[in-house]
Ligand binder design. Sequence first.
Ligand SMILES: Nc1ncnc2c1ncn2[C@@H]1O[C@H](COP(=O)(O)OP(=O)(O)OP(=O)(O)O)[C@@H](O)[C@H]1O
Length: 601
Amino acid sequence: MADSTRAGRARYRVLRALLPGRRSAAALAVAIAAATALPLAAPQFTRRFVDDAAAGAGTGRLTLIALGYLAVAVAGQAARTLTAWLAGRLAWDGTDRLRERLAEHALGLDMAFHGRHTPGEMIERVDGDVVAVTEFAVAFLLDVVAGVLLLAGVLVIVFTVDPRLGGALTAYCALAGYGMARAQRLAVPSAARARRESATLFGGLEERLTAVEDIRANGAGEHSVRRFHQSAAALHRAEFRSDRVGSSLLAGTGVAFAAGTAIALGLAAWGRMSGIVTVGTAVLLFQYTLMVRAPFERLIDQLRRYQTALAGISRIGALLAEPRTLPAPADPRPLPATGPLGLRLDGVGFAYDRDAREGEKVLSDVTLCLAPGERLGLVGRTGSGKTTLARLVLRLYDPVEGVVRVGGLDLREADPASIRRRMCVVTQDVQLFAASVRDNLTLFRPSADDDRLREVLAGVGLGDWLAALPRGLDTVLGGAVPADAPATGVPADAPAGVSAGEAQLLALARAFLADPGLVVLDEPSSRLDPATERRIERSVERLLTGRTAVLIAHRLSSLSRVDKIAVVGDGRILEYGRREDLAADPDSRFARMLRLAGAAR
Ligand SMILES: Nc1ncnc2c1ncn2[C@@H]1O[C@H](COP(=O)(O)OP(=O)(O)OP(=O)(O)O)[C@@H](O)[C@H]1O
């Protein structure tokens, strides 16, 4: 499909998500029509008032005309308020719909996509772009549609009063519009520069706040603050320049419209003196000339925002059009519902970049087999491909060649929900949320049985920890804190800190709750205190019992609990076999590793 067609379709999908229902759209159209027509009617009352007063009409009649004017003015203001309210409500509905669709779509995209895009970028897309687009949509309805209608209405009315005056006003509007559009373009570079400086400042701020611990620990606080000052100063200068250009343009526009008003006054006086129009009509023409200024200014302002909104629509459309690289199976089959799951990899090859050439693969020709309940230990240097192998087992990626089978099923044909239900991963980098202990354990699943949660926590040795928490399972967890941090004097609703060891045990508790048939466990490589380490080891042993397991081992001692060992190097399986066989073979790499470890001790 041609890129332009795809982009057009994506834009159409975004705009369709923003479209309101028929009834809301009809209500808004009526409100916009009223908000335009009523102000257009007001000068007719002024004309009648002036002409009747000049003709010596009585106070009663003049009062009636004045009241009519007042009623039209009040109704016009009410229609404008209603329009703004309706447009605002529709914008919120549209924003929510679009944001929900985008968030759902983005969360459904696979790891390959999320590896290429930072969280900050995703937030900007799902929030920043959507808000920019919907704000523009509201402004478009209020300023562009209503402005164009008002302008057209004024020109039509003045034409009907006198075609010559109508022609003059049209020519003036065309000239003023062209001049303002040109002037706006002058403002674009300085405004764009201010936006760039703003992005640099906030991007840097986000990065430094994320890395605050490393910055402090390495004594880089002063440099970071200096860089922050530099960015803030650059933003200040850019904003100042942009404001100066903006104010000059505003002043220029003011002069142009003042000249227009003077011309209109002159034309009205000329019309009156030539006897073409009455005094009332001269006042009416003057009022209509004044009315064109506001819609003009708003139209020009929207022209500038249109570019930003268009870019936002294209980016949102591109995200919505992003395909999943893990295709859903046509006929999904569930993994066996109970018991440990067998695992088999046949000639598996993988590259993160699917266009990579033969030599650039991260994994090549990997063949492994685990019977249900067997445990495999993966060892190898850093960057050798152990984590990648584990990701393929969990179907976070699909292999580019070969097959991964779990429970006898090619993972590409297995029901994705049953994969997430029956398989589970415990990583060393435990993610805890600023949420209650309960939500951290169940990952926000509402159907949690508190007794089961307590039992599981006690099982991993966190029973006393839970009992000491001020609000038990409802205690909100904060960020990780050092294990030796004092826990006294903490208010009852303050977020509880979690040490690295406790976080590991919480992750193991999550795995126990899921009760999987296959566990992938990335052993913590950081050193914990011996007591915590023993608690973790005991829990790991319990977790692995009766389950198939792939263990990424960072310590040789951990391998004593596995049945088979695979030594990974440069994306290949360098050695694979039963642990006792490899240990008994003096020429094996594993035996060499054991000897080296023994010598080191
Ligand atoms: N998301 C990714 N995108 C692109 N390349 C990646 C990605 N993750 C890992 N790699 C690359 O794949 C190779 C294997 O990495 P992998 O993380 O699987 O190794 P590892 O054996 O688990 O290392 P470690 O023991 O340090 O965790 C490395 O060259 C790494 O740079």
